[in-house]
Design a protein around this ligand. Structure first.
Ligand SMILES: [Fe+2]
Ligand SMILES: [Fe+2]
Length: 474
């Protein structure tokens, strides 16, 4: 169970390690300053109907109640230790899982933790202004839930830095509060986390696509031979599930509403659809193309010696490592990767050990495909002949084998000029952004009301009705 009587809630018996406790209690006010500064705009006095974990079990989310967000009980929650757990892959396979950091892997592991940790506050910063244009109180509550949990994820990584990396770790923990999403001098580490999230269509796309990258990274780290990291990530994954739910259902509700309006008014032309105050399916496709492609970059280079090292050292595994039936060392295995040769995309086999980024990206793509088919069903049910598609893996990529090439959503290698001619058929143009933002000029917060451009969800949070007061403005 989680101890909420302590200043920092935890299930790790923090009180027994006074030095660590003091260090974290010292970081806590800096964290709160960051929240006041960069957390959801003007929200500090709102009382929000939030869930708080009472235990780290998957069903440990029983506690719902009104909380002022700066008073949310951020803390340190790890899955309980399994004494028999081993390192399950790499050269140390079969050794007991490490309870401490191997000296030789120290800086690599710190880098991995910092890179993960940096994404957490970044997304809160990206979403800071969205409360002002929420489509309903239900949605407002959901974004706040996502925000406080991303804050909690930062706590999870900062705990590891403080506990296992001494002074360097404490400095990194401070730097995590100093970088800012989109800042020119001191940006967040990864590209997608410096992109603005200017509207709710972007927000739902982000939580569907980019939070799911988070899930896959956490799944790979949850396999780590470094046991505290694995246990931390396991619990973070239970929080992540809600974020992806918000994204998937958000887009699904937008699609549903658009289809309803198209049917009712017998219109198909995007400009007619827009004039009825809903988002045309073509624009949804363009947003999808953008978020999918920038998120694919987060997996890194297709062929990567770093990824191979992380694996061989036992630091970062594959998705569902222990369910895979092979040697877990990848001594002989091959894996296909694509590249552009002579103006064509070709696939070749490379040592699987070097292609682990690509493999994780492929695992991710499979899950994206099934989400996409659920969205497609909403369109199909309405009888509208429109197909949502995933662009080719090489479309609009800035990292890896496709970087520097101009590839169409269908996978043709084009000249820069030809690609640019079609850019705004494939990606949101400034006018598309303007249109989407024009629908979201103010917030909708009357009880039970939803903005015109989105359908209500099928049910409320924690079995509450849709007209429940999810947020009390004070
Ligand atoms: Fe997160
Ligand atoms: Fe998340």
């Amino acid at each position: 169970m989680i101890d909420y009587t302590e200043k920092i809630p935890n299930n790790i018996d923090l009180g027994r390690d006074r030095v660590l406790q003091r260090a974290l209690e010292h970081w806590q006010p800096a964290y709160l300053n960051w929240w006041y500064d960069m957390g959801p705009n003007e929200s500090h006095n709102y009382e929000v109907y939030l869930r708080t974990a009472v235990s780290v079990e998957p069903d440990g989310w029983a506690q719902f109640g009104y909380v002022r967000m700066p008073e949310y009980r951020w803390g340190i929650f790890l899955q309980p230790r399994d004494e028999k757990r081993q390192v399950n892959f790499g050269t140390h396979k079969g050794d007991p899982a490490w309870q401490d950091v191997h000296g030789e892997y120290r800086s690599t592991l710190r880098r991995v933790i910092v890179t993960q940790g940096d994404t957490e506050p970044a997304s809160v910063e990206q979403q800071k202004m969205l409360g002002a244009s929420c489509p309903s109180m239900y949605d407002l509550r959901n974004i706040f839930q996502v925000n406080v949990e991303e804050g909690r994820h930062l706590w999870a990584m900062v705990y590891l830095l403080h506990r296992y990396f001494g002074r360097d770790g404490r400095e990194e923990a401070e730097a995590l509060l100093a970088r800012r999403s989109g800042d020119t001098d001191n940006p967040r580490i990864l590209g997608a986390f410096n992109e603005p999230t200017p509207d709710w269509l972007s927000f739902y796309m982000f939580t569907f696509f980019t939070d799911r990258d988070g899930k896959f990274q956490l799944c790979a780290l949850a396999e780590s031979g470094f046991d505290p990291l694995a246990r931390t990530c396991r619990f973070m994954l239970t929080e992540e599930a809600h974020h992806m739910f918000v994204g998937e259902t958000g887009i699904s509700r937008i699609i549903q509403r658009t289809c309803e309006v198209m049917k009712e008014n017998k219109v198909e032309d995007p400009s007619d659809v827009r004039s009825l105050g809903v988002i045309d399916l073509q624009t949804i496709q363009k947003y999808l193309n953008f978020h999918y492609s920038v998120t694919l970059d987060l997996y890194g280079s297709d062929v990567s010696s770093n990824a191979a090292n992380y694996y061989t050292s036992g630091l970062k595994g594959r998705f569902e490592e222990t369910k895979i039936d092979d040697d877990h060392q990848l001594i002989e295995a091959q894996y296909p990767v694509s590249e552009v040769v002579g103006g064509k995309i070709v696939t070749k086999n490379v040592p699987a050990l070097t292609a682990l980024n690509e493999r994780l990206r492929d695992d991710y793509i499979r899950e994206i495909e099934s989400g996409l088919s659920r969205w497609q069903r909403v369109i199909d049910k309405s009888g509208i002949p429109f197909r949502l598609t995933l662009p080719h893996k090489g479309f609009h990529r800035a990292i890896g084998n496709f970087a520097g090439y101009f590839i169409s959503p269908e996978g043709e290698v084009l000249s820069q000029e030809a690609w640019k001619q079609h850019e705004f058929e494939w990606m949101p143009s400034p006018r598309d952004h303007e249109f989407v933002q024009s629908l979201m000029s103010g917030r909708v917060v009357e009880l039970g009301k939803f903005a015109n451009w989105i359908a209500p969800p099928t049910r409320g949070i924690n079995n509450q009705p849709l007209n429940f007061e999810y947020v009390r403005f004070n």
